[in-house]
Design a protein. Structure first.
Length: 325
């Protein structure tokens, strides 16, 4: 399915803003994929971008492809035909995919309902192709701290030949803190190889009861940890970030969120679930979902350029990226 124009965002640097402040209004031309496509994850394979998203339209997960991050084509097949024996076979409970090239094929991390604990937990699946089908690895979930509410929102990071998994304990399910964790895993992401380290939790008023959806990048010699916060199901969802000089932290949060409903002048409602990827021109893009501007209960896909002056992220007008050829 072809997309509309991209986000044209001009958001001032928020790191210098006073606590709770929001930067100047951003302009929006429209979503790049105008359909329900929440919690996007994007990986480039050759010249093709593959995007994966939370369940919709009778699928456990969704898959779309693009040559440029602007024009998208939906793939008919479900990349995850079955969530594994450990998981409840309920499509509405499968969320937040993460796919990466593991050197011998592709790994999918995903969230599903663990039969044994009744919590949302993270599973791993393997495929020879980014198109799938991904086949669950092992008989149980990869990460499932039931006593902490379970685990959701897997994200991958590699450094010096080692792979790490970022995840959130789903404490808001049961009235406890939510933490973003960093944990070493095997090269194919199917086994944990060390203990998890806590990076950040919800401790700002604007974050509401939770932080989630981590994305970690290294820019300008430092680390930038993006995350979503507050309630996902309305306009209060937003995207923040924290910075560190070391992989395991400590991480220092920006005083104000990076993207909010207000920073987009209401044209994007509840921007979150973000991912960062290099565009065709080699410059960073941030892709994220927001509630559809037509008022329907759909989280549609947006994209904008992302710069890192002084190692801190700034969302900018993507210019020609939104023009159709």
């Amino acid at each position: 399915m072809a997309a509309a124009a991209t986000v044209a965002a001009v958001v001032a640097g928020l790191a210098a803003a006073p606590a709770g402040a929001v930067a100047g209004t951003a302009a929006v031309a429209g979503p790049v994929l105008d359909r329900d496509f929440a919690d996007p994850d994007v990986v480039k394979v050759g010249r093709t971008y593959h995007a994966y998203a939370t369940n919709a339209e009778g699928k456990y997960l969704q898959h779309a492809t693009s040559p440029d991050l602007v024009h998208w084509t939906m793939v008919a097949a479900d990349p995850l035909p079955a969530p594994g024996r450990w998981a409840e076979p309920e499509r509405s409970l499968v969320w937040a995919p993460e796919v990466f090239d593991n050197g011998h094929g592709f790994t999918l991390h995903y969230t599903a309902r663990d039969r044994a604990s009744g919590r949302q937990c993270i599973g791993a699946a393997l495929s020879a192709s980014p198109d799938g089908p991904f086949v669950p690895a092992g008989d149980g979930p990869l990460v499932c701290p039931a006593e902490l509410g379970g685990a959701i929102d897997a994200s991958s990071h590699t450094e010096h030949g080692r792979r790490y998994l970022l995840w959130k304990n789903d404490g808001n399910c049961c009235g406890t803190d939510t933490w973003i964790h960093l944990q070493p895993v095997s090269a194919d992401g199917t086994r944990t190889t060390g203990d998890a380290v806590r990076l950040i939790r919800q401790d700002r008023a604007w974050e509401g009861a939770l932080v989630e959806a981590p994305t970690l990048v290294k820019r300008g010699g430092g680390y930038v940890l993006f995350y979503s916060a507050d309630s996902y199901d309305g306009p209060h969802y937003k995207t923040g970030y924290a910075v560190a000089s070391r992989l395991a932290g400590p991480y220092t949060k920006a005083d104000a969120p990076l993207m909010t409903t207000e920073s987009f002048g209401g044209a994007v409602r509840g921007p979150g679930g973000q991912d960062v990827v290099s565009g065709p021109d080699g410059r960073d893009r941030i892709l994220f979902h927001g509630w559809s501007p037509d008022g329907t209960r759909r989280r549609v896909l947006y994209a904008a350029r992302l710069d890192f002056p002084d190692g801190r992220p700034v969302v900018r007008d993507d210019g020609a990226a939104g023009r159709r050829g």
